[in-house]
Design a protein around this ligand. Structure first.
Ligand code: CP
Length: 316
């Protein structure tokens, strides 16, 4: 694998292989000595043009646990605020000898531009681009589902027949897009539930059902309910839903949570708007995987960096 830009381009075999390597990485982290020498002498640049807590920190932890050198770049406080372009920023990183670039950018497609422009030789990982994709989030979500469902027998398995309901601000969610493609590739049955105003205009090519009634979707006893963050920062103020109305109609509140079977997983990529899309009781419950998702993110990102940066990256 040369770059990781989208889950849409992953085959089932590639996705299962990445999840299996993440299992190996998780096993390494359970040891007393958590580090592997795999990327010694390589440099990973975390190039973040948008805010992040989980993704940036876990890529940094992942790179360090593979013994890579890490350079953290944040657009705030850099020469980007003086108008420096993505091309000039990329060429600066190239001159510093970056072997891998992890990029988060507000513009959908920026990681593709970086990977295909010829400005740099490094492997590129998309850490979230606009409303387009967030592939490592979907991979860590799939990894978390697989581990909860199959435990020690996860290796080599996909998610065939697993019923996943994804709820909320689908329109602005790169997490939803990456999950739809990856989960379908892994054989899951994906259902999107959202207010009509927060569904993209054309989802006809998406391998997912779209509905507008959360209670009807939950009555179908899904294996997984994944709540999405309302992305106020990407909305025009006039389109921001009334918070109380949104929580009542689209939120995983106490009543909806109590009606779920105890086996239903409750997921959220974070950061959460508690009391809006998810109640605290659901978020902090045994059924919630929120903290597992964060922990698993390090293993999955170690697997992605390993595949991109160790040895010959190939052209795939
Ligand atoms: N889930 C996620 O991408 O979180 P951050 O924005 O904190 O990285």
């Amino acid at each position: 694998m040369r770059h990781l830009l989208s889950t849409r381009e992953l085959s089932r075999e590639q996705a299962v292989e990445l999840l299996d390597i993440a299992e190996d990485m998780a096993a390494v982290q359970e040891r007393e000595v958590k580090k592997l020498p795999t990327l010694r002498g390589k440099t990973v640049v975390n190039l973040f043009f948008e805010d992040s807590t989980r993704t940036r920190i876990s890529f940094e932890a992942a790179a360090k646990r593979l013994s890579a050198d890490v350079i953290n770049f944040s657009a705030k406080g850099s020469s980007v605020s003086k108008g420096e372009s993505l091309k000039d920023t990329a060429q600066t990183l190239q001159a510093m000898g970056a072997d891998g670039v992890v990029i988060r950018h507000h513009a959908s497609g920026a990681p593709y531009t970086l990977a295909t422009s010829g400005w740099i030789d490094a492997g590129v990982v998309n850490a979230g681009d606009g409303t387009h994709e967030h592939p490592t989030q979907a991979l860590l979500d799939a990894f978390t589902m697989r581990r909860r469902l199959h435990g020690a027998a996860s290796r080599g398995r996909a998610l065939d027949g697993v019923h996943v309901v994804i709820v909320g601000d689908v329109l602005h969610s790169r997490v939803a897009r990456s999950n739809v493609w990856l989960l379908a590739t892994l054989g899951a049955e994906v259902e999107l539930v959202a207010p009509p105003t927060l569904v993209p205009v054309d989802t006809s090519s998406w391998p997912a059902r779209v509905g507008y009634d959360l209670d009807a979707a939950l009555a179908g006893t899904p294996d997984v309910v994944m709540m999405l963050r309302i992305q106020a920062e990407r909305m025009h103020a006039a389109f921001f839903p009334n918070s109380r109305e949104y929580a009542r109609t689209w939120g995983l509140d106490d009543a909806r949570f109590d009606a779920l079977p105890p086996s239903t997983m409750v997921m959220h990529p974070g950061p959460m708007n508690r009391g809006l899309e998810i109640a605290a009781r659901a978020a902090d419950s045994q059924q919630s995987t929120v903290r597992e998702q964060v922990a698993n993110g390090v293993s999955v990102r170690m697997a992605a960096l390993y595949l991109l940066m160790s040895g010959d990256r190939g052209d795939a």
